[in-house]
Design a protein around this ligand. Structure first.
Ligand code: P6P
Length: 333
């Protein structure tokens, strides 16, 4: 049994000259995950479900559990001496932590929270950068807007049938399962690789008529391929990015949340949803784009910037790019 802390300690050289900073940051993320997991599983017993009665920067109604997870992670991480600042989906502005810290952390504290009331898995997503502003001074927005390829670590926690923590530092994707009896995350998924064949497709087609014509053709082509495929791909979409992504990471599948005519930038956030999931996808051998470009190369301009998001096996991602860039006529039977 290898604990998360031991695993990181054994691989310190992967992260920033073995300063121990990463292990301390991930330890605090792991502690936050254990506490959020505890409260989530008791939410309906403790009156934690439902809306807080506030609206966040995204214009969305804040669920009580969104607020709990946000405050819990921010309180924990802002006391970590290695963290200079934080950004959160639930906070309009960046949050100053420790000027002597060398890293900044971005969070989606509780992703998919509208699913909690119906018992569907939800998650936390994190992304870590080494700051570029002067150590010893307050962090700056530029520290958070370095671009996806400058991440030094990224990962997610899935609060599902078990509590899982998956992360990468650029040396593959590694997964851990919380053992409640020990209160430890134990290594259960070393060096994860996404299957090259797609078994699932995950997208909400309620705005299909507003998607780019090439993407509508891709969907037609997908259904057409299923008619003759030995193993047709199945639709699996629970509406929690972390849950949908995690299944597709392990089993092979496409997740996409495209833009529409009215909202070309789509719904999901670039910095604390797109970039971390894109890096994990690439590290697991998959491909991540905005439909055309590698998502990690999409330039960040604002903390809460949205982006179309396509994550999956290269076979499907390349097909999507082909349909989006060619006027492909799909043979309809
Ligand atoms: P829709 C949850 O609200 C979320 O931010 C992601 O976790 C999820 O992938 C997406 O939105 C679901 O959006 O429009 O299909 O409900």
């Amino acid at each position: 049994m290898v604990t998360l802390e031991q695993f990181i300690a054994d691989r310190q050289q992967e992260f920033e000259r073995a300063t121990g900073a990463f292990s301390k940051i991930l330890r605090d993320i792991g502690l936050g995950a254990k506490l959020v997991s505890f409260y989530l599983r008791r939410a309906s017993l403790a009156g934690f479900l439902g809306e807080l009665g506030l609206t966040n920067i995204q214009g969305e109604s804040v669920q009580k559990l969104d607020d709990m997870a946000n405050r819990l992670f921010l309180n924990l991480l802002s006391q970590n001496p290695h963290i200079a600042g934080l950004a959160s989906e639930e906070e309009e502005h960046i949050i100053q932590a420790n000027p002597a810290g060398k890293y900044v952390v971005l969070l989606d504290p509780l992703d998919g929270s509208s699913n909690i009331d119906v018992g569907v898995p939800v998650g936390t997503i994190f992304s870590i950068y080494r700051r570029i502003s002067q150590v010893g001074t307050p962090c700056e927005e530029a520290d958070f807007l370095q671009g996806g390829r400058k991440q030094v670590a990224a990962g997610y926690i899935l609060y599902g049938t078990s509590t899982l923590l998956f992360y990468t530092t650029g040396q593959g994707v590694h997964g851990f399962t919380l053992e409640p009896a020990a209160g430890e995350f134990l290594l259960t998924y070393p060096s994860v690789q996404m299957p090259s064949e797609s078994s699932y497709y995950s997208f909400n087609d309620n705005q299909l008529h507003e998607w780019a014509p090439g993407l509508q053709k891709y969907v037609q082509d997908l259904h057409q391929r299923n008619r003759t495929a030995a193993k047709p791909q199945s639709l699996r979409y629970v509406g929690s990015l972390v849950a949908d992504f995690h299944r597709n990471l392990l089993k092979g599948g496409l997740f996409m949340y495209p833009g529409t005519v009215k909202k070309p930038e789509g719904k999901l956030r670039l910095l604390y949803e797109g970039y971390p999931m894109a890096w994990l996808t690439e590290q697991a051998g998959g491909k991540a784009t905005d439909g055309i470009r590698s998502l990690l190369d999409v330039e960040p301009k604002k903390i809460h910037q949205r982006t179309p998001l396509f994550l999956g096996p290269a076979s499907e991602i390349n097909r999507i790019a082909h349909f989006l860039t060619e006027n492909v006529i799909v043979e309809t039977a």
